[in-house]
Every structure is written in structure tokens, then in C-alpha cells.
Design a protein around this ligand. Structure first.
Ligand code: ATP
Length: 443
């Protein structure tokens, strides 16, 4: 049976075996373990008479001295035979396959993307490519930037060990991102957003010709030719990291990419400051590895806060946001209106009622607005949300409280009293019994 995630593997796969929205970010493997998996792949390649290459971001990151690596393999030869041989040697499993000649393998907790070496053709700018079997050089030639177009042979005895047909190593040293041919951004405008993401993450610049090309495709509305789903997924990738989203936005604004997505998106000094504060609230409340989707969603919320009341709904459509995210974006003002009225002297029980149903990105946004809200959000996360009564309805029933609305009311009032510090855990039962009898006599 296929893993549940396969539903979106095929749905989201854009022809490169790279997964989009709602996926955990690529799983990086420590170098030592990566080496032993590559040895398994090497054996499987020999068994299946295939040439196997390690390609893409993993090779780039190896050369950049990263300790944790992505394993993307490209196979020249019979990919089915390679997959069978790999599964037989490793005890792993093929968890998904796509019509784009890609497959994903799972091995213990690790993930490995495998693709048949491919060549491609774009039927129309911005459309998905038509792919066909090709050589590893074809495969490298269809990639986004020279630094991502290098390959290392997994079975060195079969031939050349390192392929760098587009001078990626030179660009790594020069710390620049360079497209492989002038039409690259026109073929696939998501590459512009990828360039911004890489530039922000690695501190790289866009090579002048690449930058000029990006500006001209953006000015010509290239991003609007993408389907909403691809546009949203590429933007999520670019804005999904709390540590680099702000830098990415600076560059996106400078290149005209934000304007090209929606003229209502606002990126000025005040928005920048608010985003930095909100992202650090998100990181503080959700941990350093705040989910990419939440980071993206929070960023969209902040960028969309202006007088254009139709903007949230427009973005939900033009970025094809998931239903839950779209609701949060579109209903933000309404959902957080009551929480906005909280103040330092509000009752904790009231604050909990205002905050308890809000999503973590809404909480992070509120926390960045005012200090008193920040302290309510902290209390909500740290003490109020986790608070559980030590008594239950059964305890009340055992003490003679008959079933009815007053029983639930008594428990709720007891929770309020705990939140407001009026009683301790040891006083819950007596308090709840008193409330139950009071509200029963009232009704
Ligand atoms: P990271 O995972 O660190 O963000 P990556 O380079 O591994 O970076 P992926 O999205 O996993 O990024 O893509 C893997 C490889 O596939 C890239 O290195 C690149 O060679 C190729 N690739 C991905 N998307 C595109 C694209 N839109 N156009 C051309 N090549 C692409």
C-alpha cells in the first residue's frame, strides 16, 4: 500500500521529483550515513547494469561543506531494475512513482529521490515540461542554476567521477547563481523564486545576466503565467524559513517579484519590522524548526495587512492556499478582533477564550503587535492551553450532581477559576460542586 503522502507526491510533483507545499522540507542525511546509502546505490547500479549519479542540491552542499546532505540520484539505464536491486539490497521500499520518471524510496527513516536521466521540452512558457529519457548531461542541462547542475558518479569505476558541464564549481566560488541558458526563467518562472531563496539562504548574488533576465520576465508578468498552485508552492518554498524569509523578501521586492505576484503586497520598513517580530514569536512558540507552511502563512498574513480588504481572499485563490490556510488569511481580522481588545488587566479566563481557538500563526502575529498581547500569547501557550482540571464530570456525578447543562457549566467555571488563580487544583472539586448546586437552584 502506498504511503498517505503519495497522494500529494503525484499531485504536487512538478516533473522534477521535487515536492511542494505541505511537505516536510527535504530530509537531509548526515554525511557518514549518506556515504553508506550511496554505497548501496552503487551496488544496486552494478546489479542492474545502470550508471548512477548523485546530483543537484546534495552535491552543491557537499562542495559548500555542509554536513547534512540531500540524496537525489539520477539513473542512466533501466530504472525499474535499479529500484528492484536497491530494494533487494537495502530492505527499503519504493513509496511513490510519478509519470515524470521519478520515484521516491524510503529506507529506515531516510528518504531518497531517484529519477531516470531525462531531457525536457517546454510546450509553452510556464507550463509543465514534457520529459523523456535522456543522458545525465541532458539531465544536468535542464536544471535551474549551474551550482545545482553538477553530478558525482556513484560507481567511480564506471567512468568520470565528477561532472560539471556548466561551471557550477566556479560559480560556487564566486558565490553566484547563474541560469544555464537565457530562456530558463521564461521556461519556468518558479526558478526566479528559487533563485531568491538560494540567494537569501547562501548569501549568493544573482549573476548580472541572470538578474537582468529575472527582472525582464517579472516585468513581463511571467509569474502570472504559472498555475496558482505552482506559484503558491514556489512562494512557500521561498518564504518557508523563519531565518531567511526577510532577506528573501528584500531581494524579491528589489527585483519586482512581490509586485509581480500582487500589487497589494506591502513590503516597507514597518512591515519588515513586524515580520521579524512575528517570525521570532513563531520560532519561540513553535521551536526553531517552525513548520515551513506556518512560516509562509504568517509571512503572507503580514504582507497582506493593508487597506485592501479584498487582498486576503485574492491571495487565497492566486496562491492556491490550502483550505485551512485560506480561511485563516481571509478571516484574520474577524477571528482576532476580540483578542485585539485584550489588555494587561483582562482576566486570564477571558484571554484564554479569545486565544484558544487561534492557530499558531495568528498567535505569533498578535504577539508581534503589542507587548501585552505578547505576554498573553506566552501565557496561553505555556500555561493556559496546557491546563487540565484534575476533576471530571464523573467526579461530580459520583457526588450526586445529576446530568444536565449545569454539570458542564460547573466544569467550565472551575477552569476559569483555575486560570484566574482563584482556586488551586486541590480546591477544584469543592468549587465545582458549589457552582453546580448554585446553577441548579437558579435553573
Ligand atoms: P534545497 O533542498 O537545499 O532547497 P535543492 O537544490 O536540493 O535545494 P530541490 O527543490 O530539492 O532543491 O531540487 C533538487 C534539484 O532539482 C535542484 O538542485 C535542481 O538541480 C533541480 N530543480 C529543482 N527545481 C527545478 C526547477 N524548477 N528548474 C530546474 N531545476 C530544478
Amino acid at each position: 500500500m502506498l504511503d498517505r503522502s503519495c497522494a500529494w507526491v503525484s499531485e504536487r510533483d512538478d516533473g522534477r521529483g521535487a515536492l511542494r507545499v505541505a511537505t516536510p522540507r527535504s530530509i537531509r542525511i548526515p554525511e557518514g550515513r549518506a556515504r553508506s546509502i550511496l554505497e548501496l546505490a552503487c551496488g544496486a547500479g552494478v546489479d542492474a547494469s545502470c550508471t548512477v549519479w548523485w546530483v543537484g542540491g546534495g552535491v552543491r552542499d557537499l562542495l559548500r561543506g555542509e554536513g547534512n546532505l540531500d540524496l537525489d540520484l539520477v539513473v542512466e539505464g533501466d530504472m525499474d531494475a535499479f529500484l528492484d536491486a536497491f530494494v533487494a539490497r537495502s530492505g527499503g521500499a519504493v513509496v511513490s512513482r510519478s509519470r515524470f520518471l521519478t520515484a521516491r524510496l524510503r529506507l529506515a527513516g531516510e528518504r531518497l529521490d531517484v529519477a531516470r536521466a531525462r531531457q525536457e521540452r517546454y510546450p509553452a512558457p510556464g507550463a509543465l515540461p514534457v520529459v523523456a529519457e535522456g543522458t545525465v548531461l541532458d539531465d544536468l542541462g535542464r536544471r535551474d542554476f549551474s551550482v545545482n547542475a553538477m553530478a558525482i558518479s556513484v560507481a567511480p569505476e564506471l567512468g568520470a567521477r565528477f561532472l560539471d558541464p556548466h561551471d557550477g564549481r566556479r560559480d560556487l566560488v564566486a558565490r553566484q547563481l547563474r541560469i544555464l541558458h537565457p530562456g530558463s526563467f521564461e521556461d519556468d518562472p518558479t526558478r526566479i523564486l528559487r533563485a531568491i531563496d538560494f540567494a537569501a539562504r547562501f548569501g549568493f548574488a544573482l549573476e548580472p545576466g541572470t538578474e537582468a533576465e529575472a527582472r525582464s520576465i517579472l516585468a513581463a508578468g511571467g509569474l502570472l503565467r504559472l498555475s496558482p498552485r505552482r506559484r503558491g508552492a514556489a512562494l512557500e518554498r521561498m518564504l518557508g524559513r523563519p531565518r531567511t524569509a526577510v532577506l528573501a523578501l528584500d531581494l524579491a521586492q528589489e527585483l519586482g517579484a512581490l509586485h509581480a505576484i500582487d500589487t497589494g503586497l506591502r513590503w516597507d520598513a514597518e512591515t519588515r519590522f513586524r515580520l521579524i517580530r512575528s517570525l521570532s514569536a513563531l520560532e519561540r512558540e513553535s521551536g526553531a524548526a517552525a513548520a515551513a507552511t506556518n512560516c509562509f502563512l504568517l509571512t503572507v498574513l503580514i504582507l497582506a495587512e493593508n487597506d485592501d480588504l479584498k487582498l486576503p481572499a485574492r491571495l487565497a485563490g492566486s496562491l492556491s492556499l490550502h483550505r485551512g490556510s485560506a480561511t485563516i488569511v481571509a478571516e484574520l481580522r474577524e477571528r482576532s478582533a476580540e483578542a485585539m481588545r485584550l489588555g494587561p488587566r483582562s482576566r486570564a479566563s477571558h484571554a484564554h477564550r479569545c486565544l484558544r481557538s487561534l492557530h499558531e500563526v495568528e498567535l505569533a502575529r498578535l504577539a508581534a503587535l503589542r507587548e501585552d498581547l505578547e505576554s498573553w500569547v506566552r501565557r496561553e501557550n505555556e500555561t493556559m492551553r496546557p491546563l487540565r482540571l484534575t476533576i471530571s464530570g464523573d467526579d461530580l456525578r459520583r457526588r450526586g450532581v445529576v446530568e444536565g447543562p449545569h454539570l458542564g457549566r460547573a466544569l467550565l467555571r472551575t477552569l476559569d477559576a483555575r486560570l484566574d488563580g482563584e482556586i488551586a487544583a486541590t480546591g477544584e472539586l469543592a468549587f465545582a460542586l458549589a457552582v453546580a448546586s448554585e446553577s441548579r437552584s437558579e435553573s
